[in-house]
Write a protein that binds this ligand. Structure first.
Ligand SMILES: NC(=O)c1ccc[n+]([C@@H]2O[C@H](COP(=O)([O-])OP(=O)(O)OC[C@H]3O[C@@H](n4cnc5c(N)ncnc54)[C@H](OP(=O)(O)O)[C@@H]3O)[C@@H](O)[C@H]2O)c1
Length: 343
């Protein structure tokens, strides 16, 4: 696994980050600990969680693992978590306010059993809290030694640009990363969010790199999902819901991934992850798994280098439908300097 700098910070992280959203849910504590062991044995040093994953249980499982393993293993881990979403239904138990974030960061530190969080991420934008209030709160966390860096998640282009500019105006450290949904089935962020992140020097940490499992080929045309899979257990689940995601382009992308995987003698997960991890601006793909075997297959993607032809085939088949303007051909021409007679 190669190392990359964590966005515009000086820290180094592996290009595959271990996501832990399944911990305490689909994966019990012993499987979760086995995944953490396997991940660090393979050379990984970057773990992502959030307070809301299994309502705090994912952080607690990681905390118990950190406590049980020798410090020469745990000291290497760059630990990322998030705050913003509700852990209870009290009026101030949600959002990016000073009040909520102060309680949330202390609760995460307690559950993880660490003195400092390496990367504290705002889980999503909050339209009700002034950005300056959130930034001053984060600056206080850095000064108090509770967090080392902060990052954003699920922000749109204008939201992250506004935050970066306010941070500069207030002389507060800039965010270092953006964690968006990004995979071969969801590329619309390339129109506005990726350019904004690159302009601000933020590293991308894509979540759902396998589209919630779709890119492994486990879901089939005209077959309602069954069995112990994410959609087998709940076909309507989240972004990856069967009826929401299945369409002609999805099946074409899956066919192309399968063709390339068969040609190379590797799993479909390896192909989809290799494509994503090597997209412009990506620092690390956040890999998720239910079992150690799935994790093992996903870790193998670090060894797979796609050819330019394979990459071009995947780029073409997965390109999101785009109208001519402002994100399509005519808009892009107008934004450059080559358009002759353009208005
Ligand atoms: N910031 C955010 O808002 C946000 C949102 C979501 C996730 N995340 C982060 O991103 C991480 C990854 O997200 P994700 O779990 O949605 O990623 P994903 O890689 O798209 O989906 C993971 C799921 O796909 C299936 N899978 C994974 N590897 C497989 C393999 N080799 N073969 C067959 N099936 C496989 C498993 O589900 P089944 O076996 O159950 O089918 C697994 O739980 C999370 O752990 C979390 O850290 C962040």
């Amino acid at each position: 696994m190669d190392f990359r700098t964590l966005g515009n910070s000086g820290a180094s992280v592996t290009s595959l980050c271990l996501g832990t959203m399944t911990f305490g849910d689909e994966s019990d504590e012993s499987v979760s600990h086995a995944m953490l062991d396997r991940y660090v044995e393979a050379g990984g040093n970057f773990v992502d969680t959030a307070d809301v994953y299994s309502t705090g249980v994912s952080e607690e499982i990681i905390g118990r693992w950190l406590k049980a393993r020798p410090s020469d293993v745990t000291d290497r881990v760059v630990l990322a978590t998030k705050g913003r979403f509700p852990m209870d239904d009290t009026p101030n138990g949600v959002g990016l306010s000073a009040r909520h974030l102060s309680q949330a960061v202390d609760a995460s530190l307690r559950r993880l059993g660490v003195e400092a969080i390496d990367l504290y991420q705002l889980h999503a934008f909050d339209p009700h809290t002034p950005i300056d209030e959130t930034l001053r709160t984060l600056d206080g966390f850095i000064r108090a030694g509770k967090i080392r860096y902060y990052g954003l998640s699920n922000f749109t282009g204008w939201q992250l640009t506004k935050l970066v500019h306010r941070a500069a105006a207030l002389n507060i450290p800039a965010p270092v990363t953006l964690q968006p949904q990004y995979n071969l089935l969801v590329r619309q962020i390339e129109w506005e969010v990726v350019p904004a992140a690159q302009d601000a020097g933020l590293g991308l940490l894509p979540w759902s790199p396998l589209g919630g499992g779709w890119l492994t080929g486990k879901y089939k045309r005209d077959q309602q999902p069954t069995g112990a899979t994410r959609l087998g257990e709940n076909p309507q689940r989240g972004m990856e819901a069967y009826d929401r995601r299945q369409n002609e382009q999805t099946w074409s992308v899956i066919d192309a991934v399968q063709r390339i995987a068969e040609g190379r003698g590797v799993s479909m997960a390896e192909v989809a992850l290799s494509w994503l991890t090597n997209r412009p601006g990506v620092t690390a793909s956040i890999i998720g798994a239910r079992t150690v075997e799935q994790l093992q297959s996903n870790l193998a993607s670090a060894e797979l280098v796609l050819t330019p032809e394979e990459t071009a085939e995947l780029d073409a088949v997965s390109a999101p439908a785009i109208s001519d303007y402002p994100y399509g051909e005519l808009g892009v021409a107008q934004q450059g300097r080559k358009l002759v007679g353009g208005r």
